[in-house]
Design a binder for this molecule. Structure first.
Ligand SMILES: Cc1cc2nc3c(=O)[nH]c(=O)nc-3n(C[C@H](O)[C@H](O)[C@H](O)COP(=O)(O)OP(=O)(O)OC[C@H]3O[C@@H](n4cnc5c(N)ncnc54)[C@H](O)[C@@H]3O)c2cc1C
Length: 459
């Protein structure tokens, strides 16, 4: 029965020509699939695609609310940009006065700090990340919540049962293609693959489609920790950083003065440095070129530091570059509400807010000026930014939520992504219980009550 359903679905996708022509190897329209791939995995309540910060908290909270939850991730570890992408630090968890990303976000943050013993216990802002440690934090929290995880599996296609309702996700992995069915789906792919392929409207970049620059992060080992800690601040924000001399010299043509760096463990410094301009992360050819360029950029930064800071970096080498390209900007799925830069500037509060955010307008484009809040200021994040217009049983979490391009510069970072994930996971299970899987019709007062019970912070 399951096999027949799958074949019907694949037929609708144009992948299977006839049922009768399916012996050991399936004859498809010009393609062959191994027999083992012909199956439907049914019976899930919630499927989350993408195991970054947004996807992990979405899966944990859906499972905690009682949903039978599957988390599908294209790579072999959880954490997305913060682990596989090797981002070296958490953006601030405080509004300058108190921690404002609470609930699961705070729990993950506190656990992750155990992996960076050199950080001060009470530090809340720009805390460094040990990616291998953080992966295990996510592994543990996700599995303890009862989430089933499927690694090395990519969303390849979306099957609809009506214009507004997703029926199944077609996943590609070592079993070939498998259709996974749930009642509610959460898009935490960062790029909004699921919602876009289900037909949601989206924006990418500015009015000309230009996106913020990408960065391939990397780490150096065998750094002299004493000289690193006691030497000049290397960050490009320091006018006296040697990075400026390196850029000016013209000897390292691929580098620029974007040079964030953190000690992540003994003698290991991790970098978020350099820019790959206007790279479209939904174009695999562009991503492939950018990975090659990113590795060359990392080599040039190493050479520059060896030349200019030999006591610190003379014996250093690149121990790792990201296995995921650091993509800042991609599809923003249009929700019932689009959070705008005006909302950000007005520090707006919303009746349906599910969390708060205080991160600055951090847009990585030439000439863009950052704007910061004062201490203690923040804005609300409306639930309606997580509900894609025109899709009944889909939510978004993480950086693909509904914002304009400039406000996105603030909401795209990991602490708010953790917060939107927790709300999306909870809302998914509430939609199953309350509104026939319709994420637009849940009782938002109840969602906010449950989030408060889990210690989330909002007004
Ligand atoms: C260079 C750079 C520097 C940054 N610096 C900081 C910083 O210092 N501090 C900070 O807090 N934030 C920082 N950010 C922002 C932050 O890391 C990301 O925006 C955040 O991780 C987004 O979370 P997410 O869960 O939405 O998606 P991601 O972290 O992008 O995770 C998405 C996950 O989905 C998976 N996936 C994608 N497509 C598919 C598919 N089709 N099928 C299956 N799986 C899929 C990916 O493999 C990935 O694991 C930075 C971002 C970049 C790019």
């Amino acid at each position: 029965m399951r096999r027949r359903n799958f074949i019907k679905n694949m037929g609708a996708l144009g992948l299977v020509s006839t049922v009768s022509s399916l012996p050991a190897i399936n004859k498809t329209s010009g393609y062959t699939l191994p027999k083992s791939s012909i199956k439907v995995e049914d019976g899930w309540d919630v499927i989350v695609v993408g195991g970054g910060p947004g996807g992990c908290t979405a899966a944990i909270s859906a499972a905690r609310e009682g949903a039978k939850t599957l988390l599908i991730e294209g790579m072999g570890q959880l954490g997305g940009m913060g682990t596989t992408g090797m981002i070296p630090a958490w953006c601030p968890f405080s509004d300058g006065e108190k921690i404002i990303y609470r609930g699961l976000a705070e729990k993950i943050f506190i656990e992750s700090k155990k992996g960076v013993a050199h950080e001060k216990k009470d530090r809340l802002d720009w805390v460094s990340i040990n990616p291998e440690y953080l992966m295990t934090v996510y592994d543990q929290m996700v599995t303890e919540a009862g989430v089933k995880v499927l690694f090395f599996s990519r969303l390849a296609s979306v099957k609809m049962k009506a214009n507004d309702t997703v029926d199944a996700l077609v996943i590609a992995n070592k079993s070939g293609l498998t259709a996974f069915k749930a009642k509610v789906y959460i898009d935490a792919t960062g790029d909004g693959d699921l919602a876009a392929w289900a037909g949601a409207t989206f924006k990418k970049g500015d009015e000309n489609g230009v996106v913020q620059s990408s960065t391939l992060c990397f780490s150096f080992a065998n750094v002299d920790t004493y000289n690193y800690v006691n030497g000049p601040t290397l960050h490009g924000g320091n006018a006296n950083s040697p990075i400026h001399e390196a850029v000016k010299s013209g000897k390292y043509p691929l580098i620029d003065s974007h040079f964030c760096n953190n000690l992540i463990g003994p003698n290991v410094v991790q970098f978020n440095a350099g820019h790959i301009v206007n790279m479209d992360s939904t174009d695999p050819w562009a991503v492939s070129e950018a990975m090659i360029k990113g590795r060359n950029i990392a080599q040039q930064y190493l050479q520059a530091m060896k030349d200019l800071q030999p006591k610190t970096f003379g014996s250093a080498f690149i121990v790792k570059t990201g296995s995921l390209l650091g993509v800042r900007d991609s599809r923003r799925i249009e929700g019932d509400y689009i959070f705008t830069v005006d909302d950000w500037l007005q520090r707006r509060t919303f009746e349906d807010e599910i969390g708060r955010n205080s991160y600055y307008l951090d847009v990585h484009k030439a000439g863009h000026k950052s704007i910061h809040y004062k201490k203690g200021e923040s804005h609300g994040i409306p639930y309606r930014c997580l509900t894609p217009k025109g899709l009944k049983n889909v939510l978004t979490a993480g950086r693909c939520i509904s914002t304009d391009e400039e406000a996105f510069g603030s909401l795209r970072v990991m602490p708010p992504c953790l917060v939107t994930g927790e709300a999306a996971g909870m809302a998914a299970q509430h939609a199953i219980k309350q509104s026939d899987n319709d994420v637009h019709k849940i009782d938002v007062h109840y969602l906010r009550k449950r989030l408060k019970e889990e210690n989330q912070y909002f007004l």
